[in-house]
Ligand binder design. Sequence first.
Ligand code: ADP
Ligand code: MG
Length: 561
Amino acid sequence: MRRLRTTLDRIDRKGYGAYKDLAGSFEFDGFTLFIDRVQRDPFAPPSLIRVRTKGNRFDLSLFENPVRRVAFEDFLTRGVDRAVREVVRGDRGSGGSGRVEIQTPSQKILPRTSMVVARDFVEARMAVGLPARGRSVDGRAARAVLLEELPEVIGRVLTPESLDGDRARLHVETVEDANHLRGFLPSLGLVAFVADGAVLPRESGASDRPLGEGAVRFESPAPFRVGVELPNRGAVTGMGIPEGVTLIVGGGFHGKSTLLSALSWGVYDHVPGDGRELVVARPDAVKVRAEDGRSVAGVDISAMIGELPGGRSTGGFSTPNASGSTSQAANIAEALEVGTSLLLVDEDTSATNFMIRDERMRELVRREPITPFIDLVRPLHAAMGVSTIVVVGGVGDYLEVADRVILLEDYAASDATQRAREVVGRFPPRAPLEDKKMRRPKPRRLRASSLDLRRGKREAARGRGLHTVELGRERVDLSSVEQLAEAGQTEAAARIIGRFANGGDREIGGAVGEALAGVSGDGLEALGQFRGHPGEMSLPRAQEVAAVLNRFRGLAVNPET
Ligand code: ADP
Ligand code: MG
């Protein structure tokens, strides 16, 4: 600590570059400060630091298994984030002077690089804007940030004395329960579960927090009610959605998309108070939608879309500009390629001609390469064990192919399966389905050389916020990848894909799966860029890593023969 103070005094008012003398480690009372990377100037990305406590005196039960540890790390990250807001003044000169940051978590709880809780230490990874006056070192301000504010933040969060034990316990127990619940799904024959009392609607389209006033809590229709026993909460009841084909129907604005969206986020755990703590889905569930304009590289969509104009085959379909229907088919094929047991489809974001074609149109238009999704949902389940949950408001034909129908009225769910059967019986049946087969898309081999990461003199494979990845000179648009939860996942996905560039040609599904297995073995840390400091990353799913790769316009593949 004394050494840090004397160094700061010595470099005070010198050119900003003098800050590089800070690189290294400093002993404080109770913790070690590592300064891993020093920024070049006050306007550059902030300097990267780690704070490691001497010893870990937190109650072992808060981190005794991997699930609890991730939850407790999340809890402490949020604690640091809050304490920084309370303690750090920020704005201590030019550029990012005096700013202190830790990863900003979403409503989801994910493994992240921001915090490590180990047996014998706790480590917080942060970024600090080293203060400048103009372009010179402001030693006094730096002393205030590093020697006063930072220790205060650490004291408020990383010591057991200041811990709110009840809140911490609730945090880890909530996550543990959600994990168990998700784990129970297969043995119960379910693909998803929505607890009674859950709050599904969000504050607004721009906020992932729960809707406060006016939110109608979820109540399971009696026939779908399932009871489970959770390790911490004990007995819980809610709506179980079995495998097969499930329809969510209802009038406009009655809460259909909200329910489907909550299910799609059910692949992740949520913080206490989110409302969706006990809304879970199979971890490999994928929400698929139309995404016209996206690029597609050699994807086998032939099970869904036959020959295109000009005799173009769809066994290895490529386009820089997909249509609504071909993009949705590619999204499904890619989800199957990387692996999924549950597809979530909302008519709001689907291509109509991909979803359905009525008798009149079949009669008038004979040359139609698309097998509508309605004819594929049953074969998907029968032949491949892939279940589907579809939101429909407009197309009653779907009632014919559903195993069950959930009706939403004024946000209240009921079982409309029986009534749907009667309705189907009263109207002439839809022209008999052709006997459609569904099969897995042909696997593709990534051509590693197509991942050209050069960007000027450097190489780039990094996240830029939630919805953009920079790969070489290209910015990959991820705004239609609906299950990306936070920017840290985007960052980690970018780095994983960056590694593919230096690997050999590989089957895409296998490569992504193996990369994630590697990450769960070595930790997200291993993807880190700078010595010691891993940067800001959160664990993505294989599905999202593949989604980033698949949207890269430079991607080239060799079909597997
Ligand atoms: P739909 O897809 O059926 O047209 P949405 O799911 O988009 O309807 O919901 C319409 C509106 O109702 C949204 O503003 C949503 O936030 C709100 N909403 C959805 N579910 C609930 C609920 N359980 N309680 C209160 N408001 C809700
Ligand atoms: Mg809707």
